[in-house]
Design a protein around this ligand. Structure first.
Ligand SMILES: O=C(O)[C@H]1NCC[C@@H]1O
Length: 344
């Protein structure tokens, strides 16, 4: 049976859906209007100001859901980039997303966005709003597999800062940058466990921390004001000393959105923090586990670098993504819910 699309308004939006460690990624590869701007960061501003209705169409119900995540492929201004990408979620547009980079690495090789694939690994340079991220995709006998990526310089922004958190009082937080800023707190501070507590309780505690940090800590990033905002809070099991055992965390980002994966940009930020505190050495690999699904990424600091005046590290994160399907979305003119809605 050949499925015809019904008459619809505007272009059909074509996507490939994947997941990385349980976290969805809807890759939008055609149907978007031209995204204007002379840099990936300015394109991020453009979609926020001019095309935000399409984020709601593709991320919100009835086509998506509260915790949907998207990646829009765009042109990059960097000669060495194979593709540019804008990330989107339930509240707006992120600056970095590791689970998406892991999926996009495979996608770029499978859909021939890079020239000749190489075995055992094909390099894919992905220009994210935070900067150029180098992904290395396992490739053998025509098949793609696991992906590791080297992220933008990551640094501890502030350690042991005290913020006053509604319902919880004074809480000590670390703030670290891995392409996006995160606050880190041991879940035990709230009497919670990232793997066994109710998701709703973890979300409430993490969201209260995010609100407190946003209102009480001024963030800055050496290269762009567009990067200087708190993306979310990561609750951990507190196991930050080096160990070959996994350490679990739960990331709550954007508008109380829950990451099902161990959070690639969060792993990057957490490794930078652990390195800054002298808890791990260069090239000591740690395994990070999602409190939500048990899925795992590995992370290690591979070299020291600088980001402005911050002592920084380049972090390598590895994981695996899988395809779940393809869709062609349309909007029928009579559909009052076509623009998308969310249930909290
Ligand atoms: O893996 C990551 O970095 C992302 N996952 C959802 C939230 C973060 O952007």
């Amino acid at each position: 049976m050949e499925i015809q699309l019904p008459p619809h308004e505007g272009d059909e939006l074509s996507v490939v859906d994947m997941h990385t460690g349980g976290e969805p990624l809807r890759i939008i590869h055609s149907g978007y209007p031209e995204v204007k701007g002379d840099s990936v960061l300015s394109k991020r501003r453009y979609v926020r100001e001019h095309l935000d209705h399409l984020r709601r169409v593709l991320m919100f119900e009835p086509r998506g859901h509260y915790d949907m995540y998207g990646a829009l492929i765009v042109d990059s201004e960097l000669a060495e980039a194979d593709l540019g990408v804008l990330f989107m979620h339930n509240e707006g547009y992120s600056t970095m997303c590791g689970h998406a980079v892991i999926a996009l690495g495979r996608f770029a090789v499978d859909y021939k966005l890079v020239k000749e694939p190489q075995s055992p690994e094909t390099q894919v340079n992905i220009h994210c709003p935070c900067g150029l991220v180098k992904a290395f995709v396992e490739y053998s006998e025509g098949k793609t597999g696991g992906v590791r990526f080297l992220s933008v310089p990551a640094f501890a922004f502030s350690t042991d800062a005290t913020v006053s958190v509604e319902k919880f009082g004074d809480v000590t937080v670390d703030i670290s940058y891995g392409g996006a800023f995160y606050a880190f707190v041991d879940a035990k501070r709230f009497g919670l466990d990232v793997t066994t507590s109710r998701t709703r309780d973890l979300v409430d505690a993490a969201t209260a921390v995010t609100n407190a940090v946003k209102s009480q800590v001024k963030l800055h990033h050496p290269t762009s004001d567009d990067l200087a905002f708190l993306y979310g809070t990561i609750l951990t099991d507190g196991k930050d000393d080096y160990s070959s055992d996994p350490t679990a965390n739960m990331c709550v980002f954007a508008e109380a959105q829950v990451d099902r994966s161990p959070t690639g940009s969060g792993v990057t930020a957490r490794v930078a923090l652990q390195y800054h505190k002298g808890l791990i050495q260069l090239n000591q690999t740690r395994t990070f586990q999602s409190g939500a699904t048990g899925s795992q990424f590995t992370g290690r600091a591979v070299k020291e670098t600088k980001c402005g005046d911050f002592k920084a590290v380049v972090v390598e994160v590895s994981g695996r993504a899988f395809y779940t399907g393809v869709s062609r979305f349309v909007q029928e003119p009579e559909d009052k819910l076509t623009h998308g809605f969310l249930l909290k």
